[in-house]
Design a protein around this ligand. Structure first.
Ligand SMILES: C[S@@+](CC[C@H](N)C(=O)[O-])C[C@H]1O[C@@H](n2cnc3c(N)ncnc32)[C@H](O)[C@@H]1O
Length: 341
């Protein structure tokens, strides 16, 4: 059965690797993009669970079509009640037993509106569904979500959504602080750090997203932050007993070479307690990260390119820089930087 998974723009290649690890290289297609998300198609058994930390949404595919075709022909390639019925075993865990008149909703994303409008595609699909399933009723929110995504110039994919907001937000986060990371981004940073035996340290842990993802992935992890309210949020979001300390990341109460990796998104812009001279603080903090990490241990930072970051971290440590990965977050470009201590 065909599926596709969505993640943040820029994380597609990492998601592709993760899915390849689960389903094998032959089962996973190239990364596509629908204008809002990276999209990775893959094949799996109908009831095989998709265990990925990098996916924000997952769909069972109902059809694909060429958007340069007339709209009705495109829609005939995307939707058929027969293919929907065949996909039901995959969707059973989320949809459960639907009543006789389930609500449904069509979401359409197109990269260009030259041939037809996004709303034309949505409305034509809605009509096609109602022709074959006259008892269904359009609704929002709705248990049945059909997403039509233009992922290439000549390709639209229609999928039945298997996930809901819980996959994106990870159930159980009690407190959202402004600036909290999207969990998939935290998971991507940890994946780039690679396996570690000693604990992972997030010295600017905020509400604890990175620590939480590290623990969920079976690692040991420690969080630190300067702000009392950040530590309170982290404490609410993390299992009781998780190591959390109040400290300035530029002066950590941690022994030298004691952590397997430093994985963090340091403050930038107005988040800085040291806004007056961010470059000076970044220089001191990076020196601290190198001190506490074991030799050769990864230091993975999420930080947008900025003059302060370039002058304090990137230029002086070019020899330690292993890779950089651009990610788009709510339309803003940022970067994951992978250094080795
Ligand atoms: C971008 S936020 C981190 C968000 C976090 N990853 C999350 O998911 O909630 C940056 C954090 O750095 C903290 N911070 C600011 N100055 C700091 C300093 N000098 N030392 C340690 N943490 C600091 C802020 O309190 C804030 O929680």
């Amino acid at each position: 059965m065909r599926f596709f998974a969505l993640t943040l723009p820029g994380l597609g290649p990492l998601l592709r690797d993760e899915l390849t690890g689960q389903f094998g290289a032959d089962a996973v297609g190239d990364v596509e993009h629908d204008g809002r998300s990276d999209v990775v198609p893959f094949s799996a058994g109908p009831v095989e669970p998709v265990e990925t930390a990098l996916t924000e949404d997952v769909f069972v595919e109902l059809g694909t079509g060429d958007p340069s075709a007339p709209l009705r022909r495109l829609v005939a390639h995307l939707w058929s009640a027969e293919r929907y019925d065949q996909a039901l075993p995959a969707s059973a865990p989320r949809l459960g037993r639907l009543g006789p008149r389930p609500g449904f909703r069509v979401v359409a994303r197109v990269r260009s509106e030259r041939g037809f409008l996004r709303t034309d595609l949505r409305d034509e699909l809605t009509r096609a569904v109602l022709r074959e399933r006259p008892r269904w009723r359009p609704a929002d929110p709705a248990p049945v979500e059909l997403w039509a995504l233009q992922t290439r110039a000549r390709r639209v994919r229609l999928g039945l959504r298997l996930s809901d907001a819980r996959m994106r937000q990870r159930a159980g986060r009690e407190v959202e602080r402004p600036g909290a990371l999207r969990p998939v981004l935290a998971a991507a940073m940890l994946r780039l750090a690679g396996p570690t035996r000693a604990p992972v340290l997030d010295p600017c842990c905020g509400s604890g997203t990175i620590v939480r993802e590290a623990l969920a992935g079976g690692r040991r992890a420690i969080g630190a932050d300067l702000a009392v309210d950040a530590l309170a949020a982290a404490r609410a979001n993390l299992p009781a007993g998780t190591a959390l300390v109040r400290a300035d990341a530029a002066a950590l109460p941690v022994a030298s070479r004691a952590v397997g990796a430093v994985v963090t998104n340091p403050p930038f812009g107005r988040q800085h307690a040291q806004a007056a001279d961010p470059a000076r603080w970044l220089r001191a903090a990076f020196a601290e990260f190198r001190r506490v990490a074991e030799p050769g241990g990864p230091i993975v930072l999420l930080h947008p390119r900025s003059p302060a970051f370039e002058s304090a971290v990137v230029r002086p440590h070019q020899a330690l820089l292993r890779s950089r990965h651009h990610v788009e977050l709510l339309g803003l470009r940022t970067t994951i930087w992978v250094f080795r201590a």
